[in-house]
Design a protein around this ligand. Structure first.
Ligand code: UD1
Length: 392
């Protein structure tokens, strides 16, 4: 009798989609694997979810739990309940989660309570800053996981320091970079530069969405005043995350110009636009003079594109982007932001793309190879146990 394995693959927030897409595509190549995509609905709507499902060719999820937004505890609790019910009903053989968002934590907890093995992709990253919700999500998810797939060498050291057995850790590379390599050609054909009227290496890109950067309106204002100084030198394109958009609307910050999608922007300044699609954003990063961000994934993508990245945070959980890539962690002082941006702009506008070990476009293949072996071994062990029970 041939065995078939049902694998739940969880997506919740926007960046999960880039990470899950290559893994599910790889799973679909094997007849014994039955990948099921479960969207928690943490992010929703066309701009934050649907366009990514389409552009990354993942298609419609098999389930959408539609939990939507809420406080951390409410959102996590809702995902826990809804996903837990689905797991009880469907009894998958494995649950694969990625990254560090609330969906990652809630689904691994629900699965572990049902004794379903958890595979965590992007395990072991640590900022050592527990005031970040993502750090708590990482630590708990890793503690609950049976298979821990890492993107850089420091991650295994972090995990072993926390008592994770070396046998559970697999250095797989970076699935987000699998997606980047697969999409780069199409991204370079995006019309977004022409639509905005900006030229290659003559604009900067800004993204901000961390609660610590955007939730306090005085701090947000100070940051955007610093950005306005940079924007005297070159246009700064600012695709605005919904969390940040809410805060901007509440605090009525001036100094921002709005790109309404019609015609080119007409001068320097900070130009806000709706969240960009995956291909448009890759295109924007790839041709920019510099990216300013508080995102995790963007630090990795700019490293592979060879574009300077200023990380507007006190720390990074992705140290390899600093030691081998184009990333500089500049802290969160607005005046420092201006000085660092001017330093970058006075140098060569871009460097050579860096390729940290195993960021080669084949991480998903390595992950699925390990998963297949793990599931086969489990069946074999179960069969041996049954046989020994019958004999005794
Ligand atoms: C979440 C992740 C963060 C990740 C980011 C990527 C957690 C703890 N945070 O942050 O790690 O870097 O996603 O984008 O999981 N909203 C919408 N539409 C949406 C989603 C959100 O309007 O599709 C608004 C809601 O007002 C919501 C707010 O944005 O309250 C924040 O969304 P949430 O999912 O809670 O966290 P993010 O800031 O997006």
């Amino acid at each position: 009798m041939s065995t078939s394995f049902k694998i739940f693959n969880v997506i919740g927030a926007r960046p999960n989609i880039m990470k899950i897409a290559p893994i599910v595509a790889e799973m679909r190549r094997y007849p014994e694997l039955h990948p099921v995509v479960v969207h928690t609905g943490q992010h929703y709507g066309f701009a934050m979810s649907q366009v990514f499902l389409e552009q990354l060719k993942l298609g419609e999820p098999d389930y959408n739990l539609q939990v939507g937004s809420g406080s951390h505890h409410a959102q996590t609790a809702q995902i826990l309940t809804a996903f837990g019910n689905l797991v009880q009903q469907e009894r998958p053989d494995l649950i694969l989660v990625v990254g560090d968002v609330n969906s990652t934590l809630a689904c691994s907890l629900a699965g572990a309570k049902e004794c379903i093995p958890i595979a965590h992709v992007e395990a072991g990253l640590r900022s050592f800053d527990r005031s970040m919700p993502e750090e708590i999500n990482r630590v708990v998810t890793d503690a609950l996981s049976e298979l821990l797939f890492t993107t850089e060498e420091a991650a295994a050291e972090n995990l072993m320091r926390e008592g994770v057995s070396e046998q559970k850790i697999f250095f797989a590379g970076n699935v987000m970079i699998d997606s980047l390599f697969a999409a780069l050609e199409a991204a370079r054909r995006s019309p977004i530069l022409g639509q905005l009227g900006v030229k290659r290496r003559q604009y900067a890109v800004l993204t901000l969405h961390r609660p610590s950067n955007v939730d306090d309106s005085e701090r947000l204002l100070a940051t955007l005043n610093a950005v306005a100084q940079i924007a005297n030198d070159l246009p700064v394109i600012f695709p605005v995350h919904p969390r940040t958009a809410d805060r901007l609307a509440e605090s009525k910050i001036a100094n921002l110009q709005k790109w309404n999608g019609i015609g080119p922007i007409d001068n320097h300044g900070t130009w806000i636009m709706p969240p960009a699609s995956y291909l448009d954003f890759l295109c924007l990063m790839d041709s920019s003079a510099m990216v300013i961000t508080d995102s995790g994934g963007i630090q990795e993508e700019t490293t592979c594109l060879g574009v300077p990245c200023l990380t507007y945070r006190e720390n990074t959980e992705r140290p390899i982007t600093v030691t081998q890539g184009t990333n500089t962690v500049i802290g969160t002082a607005p005046e420092n932001l201006v000085a660092e941006a001017r330093r970058v702009l006075s140098q060569s506008p871009y460097s050579h793309p860096a390729q940290p070990p195993l960021w080669d476009g084949h991480a998903a293949t390595r992950i699925v190879t390990v998963i297949r072996k793990y599931l086969d071994d489990r069946v074999r062990k179960n069969n041996e146990n049954v046989t020994s029970l019958i004999i005794s």
